[in-house]
Ligand binder design. Structure first.
Ligand SMILES: *Cc1c(COP(=O)(O)O)cnc(C)c1O
Length: 367
């Protein structure tokens, strides 16, 4: 102990500046009653597929054991699903967990990570926690990634670029052609992460063929999750597709046993039930199209969303009105101060409630 420490017996532990600089965690309001619609987190509003629930029930009887840390069965199942090898699959507790492994594995203090803004809230938080620096590049006028500006934001400190397609919260995808040109222009030692949390909801051809790009550009890393279309948000399981070398590194940085056996079994069962998932996704897409058409008729001008959510850009006065209206109606939505509101597409009854509220505040509304 140094003399200074002996002289300061009342000093208390302090948090790192990177931690105190983060916004405090605000717990999402949980749905409290049957008539509350939880449309703030882009969860699936369907129950998990029965095979997943059954797999969890069976695995529950063995929770005295640690799970398979290498998640071999699940990685092999994912590899077969996507036409890669199991060595190219890295698992984590949600794709946010995998992303944390990526940042930890690649970024030293002071390194830079380029992302679009607005995009997924977790990106700058994970980067700052690692002591690296998030470089936020504003979206273009059509709510999509401004890839030219993102390429221009690259410096010799850039280690990772985070792309989100379709983008959360705006729903706008990155086209294959534009992403290809971007990858052609970006240094090959920068890991380009393509976060495809909502890929199952995207119309064919609207976004990139990320696997084809991964095969051509080994600095591409694809991020996917079981939390959204597969309906396993509460179990925490996601993965990256990346080179065997990076995937192996990510496994080293992972919190041991972070993906439970319940999650691994449920994920395998969910992949096996791919057609059930696809049927649910197609109902959500029908509802998305119905809502988009209705909102268009109401006078809203929205960018088409390829996710299971809609994005309404709103200035401060409009946002305040919408927040009050949704609150009063018992509908939980995600609001972004200064930018807008994101609403999960759910069951037709909840969606109708959303449409009624938006109708009352539509640009063409007379009331
Ligand atoms: C929901 C979401 C994820 C998935 O998070 P999990 O940790 O897998 O639950 C990842 N990226 C984006 C952009 C998301 O919206």
């Amino acid at each position: 102990m140094s003399p200074e420490q002996l002289l300061a017996p009342s000093a208390l532990p302090t948090l790192r500046a990177a931690v105190t600089g983060l916004p405090a965690y605000v717990p999402g309001r949980r749905s409290l009653g049957a008539d509350i619609a939880a449309l703030a987190s882009n969860e699936s509003h369907y129950d998990p597929v029965p095979a997943a629930t059954a797999a969890v029930a069976e695995a529950a009887g063995k929770m005295n054991r640690y799970p398979d840390m290498a998640a071999v069965e699940l990685r092999e199942r994912i590899a077969r699903h996507l036409g890669v090898t199991a060595e190219e699959v890295a698992m984590g507790p949600g794709s946010v967990g995998v992303l944390q492994q990526i940042i930890t594995g690649l970024c030293d203090a002071g390194d830079e990570v380029v992302c679009a803004w607005r995009s997924f809230e977790a990106y700058p938080i994970l980067v700052e926690l690692a002591g690296a620096r998030p470089v936020r590049v504003p979206l273009d006028h059509a709510e999509g990634h401004d890839l030219d500006a993102m390429a221009a934001a690259v410096t010799d400190r850039t280690r990772v670029i985070l792309l989100c397609t379709p983008n959360n919260p705006t729903g706008v995808p990155i086209s294959h052609r534009r992403l290809e040109a971007f990858l052609e222009s970006v240094r090959s030692d920068i890991l380009v992460v393509i976060d495809e949390a909502y890929v199952e909801y995207a119309d064919a051809g609207s976004g990139p063929d990320s696997l084809a790009l991964y095969r051509r550009y080994p600095n591409v890393c694809i991020l996917r999750t079981f939390s959204k279309a597969y309906g396993l948000a509460g179990l925490r399981v996601g993965y990256a597709i990346t080179t065997a070398a990076i995937a192996e590194g990510l496994r080293r940085t992972a919190l041991p046993f972070a993906v439970s056996a319940l999650a691994q079994k449920a994920a395998v069962a969910s992949l096996d039930a791919g057609e059930e998932m696809a049927a649910r996704v197609s109902l959500v897409k029908q509802e998305r199209a119905r809502m988009a058409a209705e909102l268009e008729a109401q006078g809203w001008r929205l960018q088409p969303s390829q996710g299971n959510f809609l994005w309404i850009r709103a200035d401060a006065p409009l946002l305040a009105l919408l927040v009050d209206a949704f609150d009063a109606a018992g509908i939980l939505v995600r609001t972004y101060q200064g930018d807008g509101v994101r609403i999960t597409v759910a069951d037709p009854a909840s969606n109708n409630r959303v449409l009624w509220i938006l109708e009352a505040h539509a640009p063409l509304a007379t009331s």
